[in-house]
Design a protein around this ligand. Sequence first.
Ligand code: NAI
Ligand code: MG
Length: 367
Amino acid sequence: ATNKLLLLPGDGIGPEIMTEVKKIIGWFNARGTVSFETEDDLVGGAAYDAHGQAVSDATMERALAADAVIFGAVGGPKWDGVAYEVRPEAGLLRLRKDLELFANLRPAICYPALADASSLKREVIEGLDILILRELTGGVYFGEPKEIIDLGNGQKRGIDTQVYDTYEIERISRMAFELARTRSNKVTSMEKRNVMKSGVLWNEVVTATHKQGYEDVQLEHMLADAGGMQLVRWPKQFDVIVTDNLFGDMLSDVAAMLTGSLGMLPSASLGAPDGKTGKRKALYEPVHGSAPDIAGTGAANPIAMIASFGMALRYSFGLVAEADMLDKAIANALGKGLRTRDIAAKGEATVSTAGMGDAIVAELDAL
Ligand code: NAI
Ligand code: MG
């Protein structure tokens, strides 16, 4: 079967790193065991320049029809002045909303070749492979009321509201257990049930969902603040961490820094399985932004983008062997000492964006 990909390179380094993903897609197509059909479209500032919107209705339709969206990055100083509703970031927010992507997956993997570049000791992170699963469409970022009230006495009050319904916690819990089964079979749920009602409910629903056919998976609960501490102290104790939108935002950034550069970090955002086909809507993107400071210089590290495509292989297409191959090719390229500027030690030789992409393709050939 042909797998349909919508490629949205976006702005800044987005198009440069997407070019390297196209080499990888081309490699898999040439190999002949899988087949990807790609379509390119505009998003972010590039889309705003072309038709005044950060993502057009036509692009949105293509995204809904695709099996997976591969997204580069959006934004840059050029669009600093544009209206809030049409700013480049609005394109990504609309995609997430209209595709109903409620789960954000952020792996933190330590490549052996880069273990010494971490701020932590080698023994703490060598072999690290954990996955943070963050709830993405609920919680305090979206709950109502959300406002600033003028109290009239020179004081104002800022209000955000943490809201979670049972179904939202249940679907992310299911996903956590299912993901854990494909990994090391352990889920750690993090909340603050000691001080938050939504945390009490979170804990209850995760526990109840676990009893609905997931008892083969090991489940533990941790208060989110203690979890943050454990993440830095001994991250290898975790496999899948499932948590809400706010804690997930913070904990995934902390986990990211365990393993080094922004240029290395992939992510996936997944929706609910379709009632008929069982397929999930999905968007794959690097964690980093459009890096306007290095755009056009050939210094961008394409690994976060390429590894994001690897997550598409794994989570949208069930191509686990191919995803493992791609991860191995990345590890081998790093193992041979190839470094883009962001991951090079002082004085170490570097390769360009294209040089790194070509090296990963060569490593795929060599597997
Ligand atoms: P950024 O992630 O674009 O860059 C932060 C720093 O990391 C920069 O020094 C950059 O050169 C470096 N960096 C990022 N990706 C890299 C890569 N692949 N290889 C080598 N170095 C890399 O974040 P920043 O500077 O805060 O934002 C720049 C623009 O990107 C802004 O317009 C921002 O709104 C947008 N942005 C977009 C995101 C998205 O599309 N999902 C996410 C974050 C920011
Ligand atoms: Mg964040």
